[in-house]
Design a protein around this ligand. Sequence first.
Ligand code: TXA
Ligand code: MG
Length: 320
Amino acid sequence: MSQIGENLLKATTLLESDELVAIPTETVYGLAANALSDTAVIKIFEAKNRPTFNPLIVHVVDVASISKYAELDPISLQLAEAFMPGPFTLLLPKKPIISDLITAGSSKVAIRVPNQIITTKLLMLLTFPLAAPSANPSGYVSPTTAQHVLDGLKNKVSYILDGGQSEVGLESTIVEVSNKEIILHRTGAVSAEQIEKLTGLKVVVKEHSEKPESAGQMKSHYATKTPLYRGDIAQMIKEYEDKNIAIITFNKVYEGLKKGHQYVLSPNGDLNEAAKHLFEVMRCIDEFQFDVIITELFPDEGLGRAINDRLGRAQEINKL
Ligand code: TXA
Ligand code: MG
């Protein structure tokens, strides 16, 4: 029987039996388990080969459900009402019902309300929330289609609920309200400007760290198998002329390079479209025998910032 499908009953039954089911969300696909069962949650870490010191996001059906699992201060509530359901995650003080396995021992839990119709239906059918990291082997690029999940986790996931291609294509924005400031742990589709405008509070970007205590900041995240470098593309094409190169650009086409070597994320210069295709393109390039991937800085606005963040981390690993 096919591992990919739209069978909500099957997904529900498996999750109720502590099995893993991959779920579509508007950001990326998640590898889900019953968040209230440690037996189920431990399987997520095993399947992804993810260290247990890296905590998981809890997915709930709506904003009203958040307070079953965490304490909501007034500013976090304001953020939740504005940006959820959507590509937005809040770090909140956890209630005892959330286990230390999910938070990796932290007193805070990350909570998100996904905006994807099938997953909302699934959450409505369940009596528990879903713990779900991105559905990729730890350290690799996040999946934006059901097929990507199958490619990476074939024998490790019981079922993959198919919701088509993820609309946003990059992981959620993660924030934490702290002492009249808002800490941005991970950039995503909800921007710092939107958050500042809504709350009137300053958004402080948490510095990248090699320690897992900071959200979404582990060095080896989002990396392709093919080494990736970012810089002046024209110059780098010359520098790597003896190599088999693939280039990823925002909207520009470079003369003199063969077609199959150029991946233009949005010919019309639309950052949302570029974000939607980025991970798919990174995976696609990894399928071929390229020596290096060359890319550029994207415009520092909207989703361009999140794209720059992910590409920056994909590049980081080459410097180790
Ligand atoms: O868009 C998304 O957020 C996707 C979809 C599936 O919801 N999920 C996702 O999960 O990207 P994951 O595990 O790949 O990334 C979540 C990040 C991790 O870097 C983790 O360290 C951080 O959030 N995180 C989760 N819970 C945390 C906590 N309690 N404290 C600090 N960081 C946390
Ligand atoms: Mg991830």
